[in-house]
Design a protein around this ligand. Sequence first.
Ligand code: UDP
Length: 265
Amino acid sequence: MPLQQTQNLEAIPLHGLVVHRVSMEETLEAIDRFISSRTPHHVVTLDSSMCVIARDDPALQSIVSHAELVTPDSAGVLWACRRLGTPLKERVSGVEIVDRLCSLSPSRGYRLFFFGSAPGVAQAAAERMRSRYPGCQVVGTRDGFFTPEQEPAIVEQIRAARPDILCVALGIPRQEKWIHRFRDTLNVPVLIGVGGTFDVYSGRVKRAPVWMQRLNLEWLFRLLKNPRKISKVMTLPKFVLMTLRAQRRNGRSAGEQTRTSRRIG
Ligand code: UDP
């Protein structure tokens, strides 16, 4: 059942999707409840590129709209919600969620599985997390390059490892679709799409310096490091345009409402 109906968290509409107005602490509390329930819950980390892709991809749109929890992964999503008059609390990115879950793993007993990214990357990320948080249980890893024939074996590997949290890094929208397709067969209570997170934790890709993160320039840093990211970066101006148009529409309908209430009054 969608979270907005079960947990009283506020769902904010954004470009035909929803994003929840949650802090990092509320996200971790929700994930803890999902784990206790033992039934599958899809956590989406929404960024501006996903909003743009979903506009022309009804399947992705439906998956995100029905996810139990959607967190604001990027500065762009926070900016858009602010402009549309529905400000969010804070950024809750996939990279940070994975770090916090790993830090809680020793005390809460969380079992994580890292699935996706190039061969060796999820494993290197798992090793990094185990040394950063001694006792952190990453109970399995598997790379994200596979043929359809290999999928049943991957599902079996994940089921056998019995994780509480499956982190899937196959890129947008593949990871969301993969989670949706297998959520009811994996027997895992929390399934979360985490994009390039393992690349960051394996040390393969550096995060932007803090000053660039503060100026919302992470996208520029990624582009300079990897020019193949251009297609993702090119979704940004589209996202800005979509937001400005939505703001204009909102402004028009607010104006119409004021005129109508003046006439009625
Ligand atoms: N990836 C994968 N299998 C594929 C294609 C991509 O495992 O067939 C991985 C890729 O190695 C990277 C991640 O998916 O680690 C994509 O992360 P990125 O931040 O580039 O993309 P986004 O999530 O923003 O689409």
